[in-house]
Design a protein around this ligand. Structure first.
Ligand code: SF4
Length: 407
């Protein structure tokens, strides 16, 4: 981030190209360029790494609740013609996450070309550090309703991404001197519908109108407070207001009671009940000590419906230049083994859907924390769920990361 002398954001600094793993320049090294703008608009999606810094720098989240997240894991399959019904949508709640006292929901969309998109969203407010969202997804595919569609099909693509689900209660201020925070970078997703493209686009359309007007008036790097007014009077804000109690209700009362409440609140009362539920504890702070929780034994993958993480990452077309600085930064390299392992059985081994984090045994027999950064599918879960908030995801070099053809 680049700041003007006034304190306003004046642009961004792109990362260097051509650094080795130790951060030293390699042949052909190109220093990052400064990009300056009259206004800089940040639309990085959920848990944007610049957005996170802006929220902290300008205290944009003062007075709002912590953001809440879910981890969505998704695959696309080509299935036999007789099992495909284009346009059919299946949504689920409860199993298999309910077995560990966690919440979340699944989906199965019959899309074009005899393909289906199947996925599970694990609520990152789960408490048991033994929960493994990847393995929950594998179990989910074995439910008879899902399995009957996938049987005889071929898995084509795998991917994972965190989504915001705190709703309006968790939305930070979206304007600050010199720029705007847009879309899911500010948490505009409608979690009740698991849809966010339309609300993100609306925030971008309002931003375009506000910024064009400001530039026409020769205003540069202002705090565009009028964005806040336009957004709050838009249909997007109204839609999020109607569904504001969905997430907190599910967290408080579980998928069935919470779901029943949400149906009453949203569908029967159109969000007009005169209260707003609160959900005030951040997801990472909810993790309980491993000693107080039951370890979970997941079934082995059958290689037909369920798979392991490495073969899944292969289908995400993830590619990173190997000799570059690690893009997963540990504030303290000691904490994973010194604190997370004894207290939480180092949950990064399980919450990462790409198997990036491992606890290995060093030559002297002591545990050793390993980061396989080249496998990272950029879902941001480690940045969110690490109980000590020790991990920060930053952008790797160039266009490294997953390359989803049709997700
Ligand atoms: S390392 Fe972090 S961001 Fe990358 S895939 Fe794993 S949990 Fe997601």
């Amino acid at each position: 981030m680049l700041y003007a002398e006034t304190g306003a954001v004046k642009g961004i600094l792109i990362g260097d190209m051509g650094l080795d793993a130790a951060g030293k320049p390699k042949p052909g090294h190109t220093p990052g360029m400064e990009l300056h703008g009259k206004y800089t608009l940040f639309a990085e999606g959920c848990r944007g790494h610049l957005g996170k810094r802006l929220i902290a720098h300008f205290s944009l989240d003062r007075g709002v609740e912590p953001q809440h997240y879910g981890l969505g894991i998704k695959e696309i399959w080509k299935v036999p013609a007789g099992q495909h019904h284009e346009g059919l949508v299946v949504h689920t709640a409860g199993w298999p996450l309910s077995e560990s006292g966690s919440t979340g929901g699944g989906f199965l969309y019959h899309i074009e070309d005899q393909q289906v998109a199947v996925g599970l969203i694990t609520d990152l407010a789960y408490e048991n550090p033994y929960v493994n969202p990847f393995e929950e997804f594998q179990r989910f595919k074995h439910h008879p309703v899902i399995k009957q569609v996938l049987t005889g099909g071929q898995r084509l693509v795998y991917g994972a991404r965190a989504i915001t689900k705190g709703g309006l209660q968790s939305q930070p201020k979206m304007h600050f001197p010199g720029g705007l925070l847009l879309g899911d970078n500010a948490g505009t997703l409608n979690f009740a519908k698991i849809k966010g493209t339309h609300t993100a686009m609306k925030s971008g359309m309002i931003a375009a109108e506000v910024v064009v007007r400001a530039i026409a008036e020769n205003r540069e790097q202002d705090d565009l407070a009028e964005f806040g007014h336009s957004y709050r009077t838009s249909w997007a804000w109204n839609e999020l207001h109607v569904q504001r109690n969905f997430g907190p209700a599910i967290h408080k009362w579980g998928p069935f009671l919470g779901g029943a409440y949400a149906f009453l609140d949203i569908n029967l009362c159109n969000g007009k009940l005169p209260w707003t539920l609160s959900d005030s504890v951040a997801d990472h702070a909810l993790l309980r000590r491993a000693a107080d929780c039951k370890a979970i034994e997941y079934p082995k993958p059958d290689g037909v419906i369920s798979f392991d993480r490495l073969s899944s990452v292969y289908l995400s077309n993830t590619n990173h230049e190997e000799d570059q600085p690690c893009h997963l930064k540990l504030a303290s390299p000691d904490l994973p083994i010194a604190k997370n392992l004894p207290e939480f059985a180092e949950p990064a081994q399980r919450y990462c859907p790409a198997g990036v984090y491992e606890v290995l045994v060093a030559e002297d027999g002591s545990p050793k924390f390993q980061i396989n950064a080249q496998n990272c599918v950029h879902c941001k879960t480690c940045d969110i769920k690490d109980p000590l908030q020790n991990i920060t995801w930053v952008a790797p070099e160039g266009g490294g990361g997953p390359n989803y053809p049709n997700m």
